[in-house]
Design a protein around this ligand. Structure first.
Ligand SMILES: C[S@@+](CC[C@H](N)C(=O)[O-])C[C@H]1O[C@@H](n2cnc3c(N)ncnc32)[C@H](O)[C@@H]1O
Length: 215
């Protein structure tokens, strides 16, 4: 059972150096590029990034969007993002502490909701996806980026807060369809070459699944 405190503690402690890891920056670039390809992003869109961390993906997409609510459980991650926004004049990224496994969903509705490399840290993914789908405006888009199913070597055995060793795309896509979303599609956003905790190098693929709420 994954409780939020394991992730809260771990990601708060990683926040200051989070952006220094080139692999994380590379994944964010690939996910943002895949979203630009797969989705009809438009300058009037109001977006929510759920599990934004230091906002690597939000910052890359911000120029294409009207407003981004960047939400996470870890205040230290959000503080790093706030500093970046201040330095870069990104006044239309608004940070927010939000844990949809315990908090009530916000009142506003979004044209675009995206999440990158966060779902595998959440035990009850179906419940969070239901909450996210409920936050979409009619015609709004949901974009989920995460690891395809892997053998657990991506994080290794001693990392707290890992609830899933990636996901089977058909399972996630089925959850979205059952929530009433349409145009459910998937592509491979990135392939990450990483030496696992056991010292063996492997390729890990990262999907982008997109879906739309009916108009
Ligand atoms: C692997 S990091 C990814 C961060 C960012 N999306 C990126 O690509 O760099 C996972 C993030 O999910 C956040 N997180 C974990 N559990 C969460 C939850 N229940 N609700 C919201 N965010 C959560 C963590 O604090 C962390 O910032």
């Amino acid at each position: 059972m994954i409780d939020t405190s394991a992730n809260l503690e771990r990601f708060n402690s990683l926040a200051a150096d989070w952006d220094d890891n080139p692999r994380r920056a590379g994944i964010a670039r690939a996910v943002a590029a895949a979203m630009v390809t797969a989705l009809p992003l438009a300058s009037g869109m109001r977006a929510l990034e759920y599990g934004c961390g230091t906002g690597l993906v939000s910052v890359l997409l911000a120029d294409r969007l009207a407003h981004v609510v960047a939400a996470d459980i870890a205040p230290n991650m959000l503080r790093v993002l706030e500093d970046k926004c201040r330095r870069s004049g990104l006044a239309h990224i608004e940070t927010r502490r939000l844990d949809l496994t315990t908090d009530p969903p916000p009142a506003e509705r979004f044209d675009l909701i995206f999440t990158s490399m966060t779902l595998h840290h959440i035990e009850n993914v179906a419940a969070v996806l239901e909450a996210l789908a409920g936050l979409l405006k009619p015609g709004g888009w949901l974009a989920l980026a995460d690891l395809d199913s892997e053998d657990g070597s991506f994080h290794g055995p001693n990392i707290p807060g890992v609830a899933h060793h990636g996901f089977e795309r058909p399972w996630l896509m089925d959850v979205l369809r059952k929530l009433g979303l349409a145009n459910v599609d998937a592509l491979t956003a990135d392939t990450v070459h990483k030496v696992g905790a056991d010292g063996t190098a492997r390729d890990y693929t990262i999907f982008l699944i997109t879906a739309q709420r009916a108009v």
